[in-house]
Design a protein around this ligand. Structure first.
Ligand code: C5P
Length: 295
């Protein structure tokens, strides 16, 4: 095999509860991931030398060297499995970077899956997952070929939720044109929570999952929760203003994804998502708007 083209999907966190800060400076959390149709395209081409080269199209600037998670994924595979070949990796970006949508993590996971095939390594899923964990907390989710999963630990210990395989949610999604640093937001969470001790905020994830299995009652929004929303909105008021616009449109189940700034709403159909997206676009504000759903 000489080349390969793959979709690299984004994620939303439908629920995200931060539990505590760990000794390794990560945070334990409970989260529910949803894979959505918004995706980048990744083209992999084998190289006879050991070089890993990157190119990017699609209007977003992303790093080309070691700080790109895709580059790290390729090098990790090469170094751990004695690969003598290299690769050229072309990314066509549609997922806004540093937005809480897992774009970089997804690209890294897709690269692991793709190069495993392209280089004929035959690594099993468990091996790919252990490499994925070294790249980032959100990377393992994208190794599983699953629509919904429950994440614990730093978000990397996953339980796939196959009972939700028939569930298709629709969303209107808007991403302010700002880049949010995840460590910065976790730092803000620490400052806000140092006096709380272990008081848990937000509804219980078990209740959330019960409601998700019944899909529709989620539309009221009262059960959706993201513990990073408070710190993110405080640091970036544009996120709060975007949520207010969603509310003014009559949307109810509104949440920020990850550490933001992406904000989404759960709606009852693709048609409703399209209507809401058209209204948001007409406001001509500095945000990107998408209609997307579970894939
Ligand atoms: O795992 P990843 O490299 O994506 O995380 C980026 C940063 O976000 C970490 O260095 C850490 O500061 C923060 N983080 C965290 N707890 C998590 C996930 C990320 O504190 N569960």
């Amino acid at each position: 095999m000489k080349s390969l083209a793959l979709n690299s999907y984004a994620k939303l966190n439908l629920y995200l509860q931060v539990l505590n800060k760990r000794k390794d400076n990560y945070h334990n959390l409970k989260t529910v991931f949803e894979r959505i149709g918004l995706c980048d395209r990744i083209f992999l081409k084998s190289r006879p030398d050991k070089k890993i080269t990157l190119s990017c199209a699609g209007g977003f600037k992303i790093p080309k060297g070691r700080s790109n998670l895709v580059y790290r994924a390729a090098r990790l595979l090469q170094e751990n499995h004695g690969v003598s070949k290299g690769a050229h990796i072309r990314i066509v970006k549609r997922i806004p970077p540093a937005a809480g949508l897992g774009g970089g993590s997804s690209n890294a996971a897709t690269t692991l899956i793709g190069l495993n095939k392209l280089w004929g390594l035959n690594l099993n899923r468990d091996r790919l997952i252990s490499l994925a964990k070294k790249i980032g907390s959100d990377v393992p989710f994208f190794i599983y070929d699953i629509r919904f999963a429950f994440g614990r630990g730093r978000g990397d210990k996953l339980s796939p939720l196959p009972e939700l395989n028939a569930l298709r949610l629709w969303h209107v999604l808007a991403v302010p044109k700002i880049r949010v640093s995840t460590p910065f937001i976790y730092g803000k969470w620490d400052q806000n929570n140092k006096n709380f001790g272990l008081t848990r905020q937000g509804p219980d994830v078990r209740i959330f999952l019960q409601r998700l299995r019944r899909a529709k009652p989620l539309l009221s929004g009262d059960i959706m929760f993201n513990g990073l929303e408070g710190p993110s909105i405080k640091a970036y008021p544009a996120i709060g203003r975007l949520k207010e616009e969603f509310t003014r449109l009559g949307l109810k189940a509104i949440l920020m994804s990850g550490s933001g700034p992406a904000v989404f709403a759960l709606v009852s159909s693709k048609k409703e998502a399209g209507l809401m997206a058209a209204r948001l676009k007409r406001m001509k504000k500095p945000w990107r708007v998408f209609v997307t759903g579970t894939v």
